[in-house]
Design a protein around this ligand. Structure first.
Ligand SMILES: [Mg+2]
Length: 166
């Protein structure tokens, strides 16, 4: 009898949440407002529609990978995000989030996390919808793919670059 592989021996597939699994479009108006309504932007994530293409990719990956979520959402939205994932029939973790006080652009936070993950696990794919994140991770040598089913919003891009909030 062949022993089943250890779960931890499976390679890691890393998935972003916003723009890959969750459709943020309906709440971007909170970031166009002046002053920007960041807390309302995050709290409205509860009502994000599921992006079917991303969810299909995630379910396919689960067959032979361990999946880790890597999101620029702040830690204080963890419960909301886990509930949202559960509601859509997706695993609720592991979910790596931005520390509440971390205001760096997402690409630097994500690069740091990937380097840490790779110390103990093989990272075989990273899926993210932010071209700036993809560029930095690709330059760092990660097998990263740009998710294109929800075009990355210029509103979100400007907010990230200027405020480093998501
Ligand atoms: Mg994203």
């Amino acid at each position: 009898m062949t022993a089943a592989p250890e779960p931890s021996s499976r390679p890691l597939a890393v998935f972003d949440v916003d723009g890959v699994l969750a459709d943020v479009t309906h709440r971007l108006h909170h970031l166009r407002a002046r002053p920007q309504r960041w807390e309302r932007f995050f709290q409205a994530a509860d009502r994000d529609p599921l992006l079917v293409e991303g969810a299909d990719r995630l379910r396919a990956a689960l067959a032979d990978h361990d999946v880790v979520y890597l999101t620029g959402r702040p830690e204080r939205t963890r419960r909301l995000t886990e509930r949202w994932l559960a509601r859509h029939g997706l695993p609720t973790g592991p979910l790596i989030m931005r520390e509440d006080g971390d205001s760096r652009p997402a690409r630097w936070m994500k690069r740091e996390v990937l380097r840490r993950l790779a110390a103990t696990r093989e990272v075989v794919s990273v899926l993210d919808d932010d071209p700036a994140v993809v560029a930095v991770l690709a330059a760092d040598g990660w097998p990263v793919e740009l998710a294109t089913w929800l075009p990355h919003s210029s509103t979100l891009h400007t907010a990230q670059e200027r405020d480093g909030r998501t």
